[in-house]
Write a protein that binds this ligand. Sequence first.
Ligand code: FAD
Length: 479
Amino acid sequence: MSGEISRQAFVRRALGGLAGTALLGSCRSVTPTAVSGPALPDWTALGGQLDGGLMLPSSSDYAAAKGVFNTRFSGSTPVAVVTVASLSDVQKAVAFAATNNIGISVRSGGHSYLGASALDGTLVLDLRRLPKPVDTGGDVVTLAPAADLDSVQTQLAARGRSIPSGSCPTVGVAGLTLGGGLGSDARLRGLTCDTLQSASLVLPSGDVVTASAQDHDDLFWALRGGGGGNIGVVTSLTFRTCPTTDRDVATLTFPMESASAVITGWHGWLSAAPRDIWGMVNITAGDGPGRCTVILATPPGTGASVAGQMLTTTGLSASSTRTQTLSRLEFVHYFEGGDAAKVPRAFVAGSDIIGEMSSAAADSIVAAMSAWPDSAGSATAVVESLSGAVSDVEPAGSAFPWRRQAASVQWYTEAAPDTANMWLAAAHQTLGSTSAGGYINYPEAGDPLSRYLGPNLQRFNAIRQKYDPNGLIRSGIGG
Ligand SMILES: Cc1cc2nc3c(=O)[nH]c(=O)nc-3n(C[C@H](O)[C@H](O)[C@H](O)COP(=O)(O)OP(=O)(O)OC[C@H]3O[C@@H](n4cnc5c(N)ncnc54)[C@H](O)[C@@H]3O)c2cc1C
């Protein structure tokens, strides 16, 4: 025992604070008196080889370096953060982690719901300083993994192009794409991962490969919707881009009492509508009377008439309808939600995938929202259709499995975690068998990977085992 204590003291002296503490798990299995145990990680040597930087817990900039968007995870304790500045940095850091048996958290935009880009006890590879790849223009674009969605859409809009993406301005394109990528172009263009043409990555072996339909097609399959933090470190992504147009946005509000009818009516109508019409339903509870809102995106100049068609077809009546015509960039900014959306915050969120949007399914979404304790702040359910181009890919055609389901429901609140987690657990229970699983970009702590990959789990695991047999790259989601 006294030998172990002195060894702990030695490690702490050598590494300082948390890095020493995190490594003790492996030290404890070493015979206390052994002088030839596993070598301690030589951080000084690693730091000396890098083009970028290395932050240990004793560094004054460690806390900022490991910071993530969901501040619930501000107290995480990675053993160190490497800010890679070149491909060779990525290879060196991966080799170092493999040699020293330290798991890797890869960080692009840092928006993981689980804080999975700075997990406890891991080496964080922060990709934000990786140089931008050369953009050859035309109808493809090659992006750095940590490129944020606002910059990506701004860069592409300047040449009249876009890729389908999500709404948050500061989400990283790698994390978004690796989990799928659901947003307001989904009915027309599919998921973000559906327009991925190839991705380059550093494997745990240190090899650099490019995965595409022609080369390493198993990797390419897994990278499209299997979730980030698996298999390797993606260092660039090439997408097929699409032309843009102006869009109308129509916002219709409804009384809460009709929320269930709104969800089923909206969903049935939208599923049969042309693909250039997209929509979602937001239900908010807790700050005053509940709100039920439908937001539609339509071809320019058609917002009012399309909203009218929806009301006529469904027999619904809206309390108010507002439409506006937006340029591509205004449209992107509209869904981004302004500068406030860029500020990190503490939140609890999760998801369900609705197999069929029956009245029972819609009733249970509304019941879950009605169970929100009003005094706790506000909570939202966002229902997004999976119809249109999302279903063009076979469920087994990429790791993202939800190609034949009706909709994704995202549950979100910034209320106190205890209340929020209880509500989330109750929401899943209320949905029961109407839920087929969850969306891997909206993951919840403690869930098994099977909940997110459904029928694609076995193939995904086989590919992960082939390329990362020792589980070096960590996702924060159970096996
Ligand atoms: C405010 C907000 C709004 C959102 N809106 C949408 C939306 O509209 N649509 C949607 O589909 N999703 C949305 N998301 C979810 C978002 O897509 C996921 O959180 C996504 O994983 C974030 O990617 P990131 O790169 O920003 O995060 P990170 O935390 O950096 O990464 C997320 C995961 O991917 C891994 N990873 C990151 N980069 C790499 C890489 N280069 N190689 C290998 N693994 C990597 C990380 O290790 C981690 O496990 C939203 C999230 C937030 C917080």
